[in-house]
Design a protein around this ligand. Structure first.
Ligand code: PEP
Length: 260
């Protein structure tokens, strides 16, 4: 068992809800009302809700003036143009979105997105003042083969090679082992801490100042039970939460698991 760090965090942890392709206007409104009620008062952490594009306007309407932030789950790598079906970073800014998930494995696997593509999107988000949440992680086969650091290292090195280590300043990386996403089988705190340390060291080797200004979240079957252990690790700056973010009670408990 990895011993939790009981010291107070210098900055609040960040808990990101990834609603994936769920919701409708009515259900969203109800869920957000529940979030706001459950999280009122002293917020134990920073909370971000990443929704499907059509609901960004609804989030702006419901969340402007609250402590919650909102964002999207992808952007185009292009500024604008003849890219049917794509949504640009600038369009997200029209709805005051602050965050955007980049390179989630559910997208990169389904649409064969390369590390280079993901790197372009990451920089596009930054150019528009959005905070990218870059997802990195290995498959079960890769973990079993012991090459998880090589896989995650390559994902990071692509951005470092194209844009330099400074690109990581003031961004979020979410370590999301693919075998843990939606499976109910979260990484242990030891596994997450080891990979988070590797990620920070990799960025630090390229740019030590940027590494200090980078936050690293964990994602993959986070629930109210494992959140306590995970969020109390000093190497883990927060969580990206899929399934449990659709259940207000569970999501609020995850947020409350963050050390104050
Ligand atoms: C995710 O969507 O990134 C995720 C981690 O999902 P879940 O919490 O359902 O595993």
């Amino acid at each position: 068992m990895h011993t939790p760090d009981t010291s107070s965090p210098s900055t609040p942890k960040i808990v990101v809800a990834n609603w994936k392709m769920h919701g409708n206007l009515q259900r969203n409104q109800h869920l957000i009302q529940q979030y706001l009620q459950g999280l009122q008062g002293d917020m134990p952490c920073e909370v971000v809700v990443c929704v499907p594009y059509p609901y960004l306007a609804q989030m702006q309407h419901l969340l402007a003036g609250t402590a919650l932030h909102w964002g999207a789950q992808n952007i185009a790598k292009f500024e604008q143009g003849a890219y049917t079906g794509e949504v640009s970073a600038e369009m997200l800014c029209d709805f005051a979105a602050r965050y955007v998930i980049i390179g989630h494995s559910e997208r990169s696997t389904a649409y064969c997105e390369s590390d280079e593509n993901i790197a372009e999107k990451f920089m596009m988000a930054k150019r528009h003042g959005l905070i990218p949440i870059l997802c990195v992680g290995e498959t079960l086969l890769e973990r079993e083969a012991g090459v998880m650091e090589r896989v995650v290292g390559k994902q990071l090195e692509t951005i470092i090679r194209l844009f330099g280590g400074e690109a990581f300043a003031d961004t979020l990386i979410s370590y999301e082992p693919i075998w843990a996403i939606g499976t109910g089988l979260a990484a242990s705190a030891e596994q997450a801490v080891a990979m988070h340390s590797f990620i920070r060291d990799t960025v630090a080797a390229a740019d030590s100042a940027a590494a200090k200004r980078l936050k690293i979240l964990y994602g993959g079957s986070v629930n109210p039970q494992n959140a306590i252990q995970l969020l109390h690790q000093k190497e883990i700056d927060g969580a990206l939460v899929g399934r449990c973010s659709l259940d207000a009670e569970q999501f609020i408990k995850i947020c409350q698991a963050a050390p104050c």
